[in-house]
Design a protein around this ligand. Sequence first.
Ligand SMILES: Nc1ncnc2c1ncn2[C@@H]1O[C@H](COP(=O)(O)OP(=O)(O)OP(=O)(O)O)[C@@H](O)[C@H]1O
Ligand SMILES: [Mg+2]
Length: 419
Amino acid sequence: MSMPATSSDRVKVVSKLPGWLRQNLKVRTAQLGIEIQTAVEQGIAAWCDLASATAAVDTAGAESFSTFLPPGQWEEFRTMAEDRRVSLIQGLAQSVQLWLDTNPAPEIQRSDITRRIVVCNQKGGVGKTAITAGVGEALSEDPTCLFPVRVAKALTAALRAGDGQADTADNDPLDIEKLPGHGLRVLLVDFDPQCHLTNQLGAAPLAMNGDSLTNHMAGDPKGELRDLIVSVDEENFGGRLHLLPACHDAFLLDVRLSAVRAREAALERALMPLEADYDVIIVDCPPSLGLSMDAAAYYGRRRESEGPGQSGTLIVVQAEDSSADAYDLLTNQMEDLRNDLALDIDYLGIVVNLYDGRRGYIATSSLQGWIDIKDPRVVGLINDLKEQKEAVRMKKPLLSYAPASQQAVAMRALAREIS
Ligand SMILES: Nc1ncnc2c1ncn2[C@@H]1O[C@H](COP(=O)(O)OP(=O)(O)OP(=O)(O)O)[C@@H](O)[C@H]1O
Ligand SMILES: [Mg+2]
């Protein structure tokens, strides 16, 4: 097989390819991070090298398809197709199919230890629940489909916006790339007695007199925790996105935990048996700094043999001054836990949510303030836009309600940034 030619050497060729084959080619090249023209070049070279043509491919409804090949390759291919008495369209379809058959989809990247992402901030209404759901949705999307992702680093945009020069409300189409989903098995844990995540995803809060995460954490289970889990059934998540709904009994969690031995480990003890079923577990924390927050932070600590930044806390803030005090309180609590219990609790980053550069200096200067912290760094910037609120109202996951919206595109960028 020849080395791929550089794009300047290549010549444009126009032929036809059935839509389904073109789609498969598009997805597989994105999965493998290869250019379409390189795949076609390799497919044609491999087809020409065979002793005879491969099985016929159904080319009904083939549409115009153009690509760039090294000089001379198309002529060689034409001759070969004539010799084999197949049409150019059939020969090209066979070449593309041959490439697909010999370049299978990559395996899903799974870590040995289930990653734990603890989404927190005791300040209310900053978007913890929205970010928990959005990141979980992005991580579970179909690996055989392509979804728009903002690839020009969110931070570059943030810095521009931080200078007051640009508003990230503009989605430059050049910054959007279609990439395959991660295909991970994700469990969202609604750890907030307000049950917002549960309600937003259209599930029902657990009954007060039944079993609940609180009961399991308090050492008083009434059954298997696994039996409480529901699936978020939207096509793009393929049965991989699950939710452990909350129960209003979690309002009493801190009281019930006060009688529990090694209570900071209570969430871990409860969730550990579920970990084998998931690649990622994301915990949506309540807006408080009590014992339950200690238990959540403990759950996100770095375990032995786990790399730094695999698990940890993701802090959601707003670009406004009142967020900064809340941030200091939270990071102090985290420091105390680290010191008192000698734990490694990694920060996965700061997400600036509900951003609107048009609000002027307060927004842009606070955003700059978050960026200037640098450690942890800003890993996501999500604008204040209507789709998130609409999705909540419709009780639908944002990424299936508005999959191409700017917010969905930014959630996918955030998911990539922290994975
Ligand atoms: N980027 C966004 N654009 C528009 N609306 C948003 C955005 N993020 C969150 N919201 C809306 O703001 C409200 C608060 O968000 P959310 O419930 O996610 O915050 P929270 O931090 O989880 O709140 P709480 O502290 O009460 O748990 C919700 O109505 C949500 O739909
Ligand atoms: Mg919430």
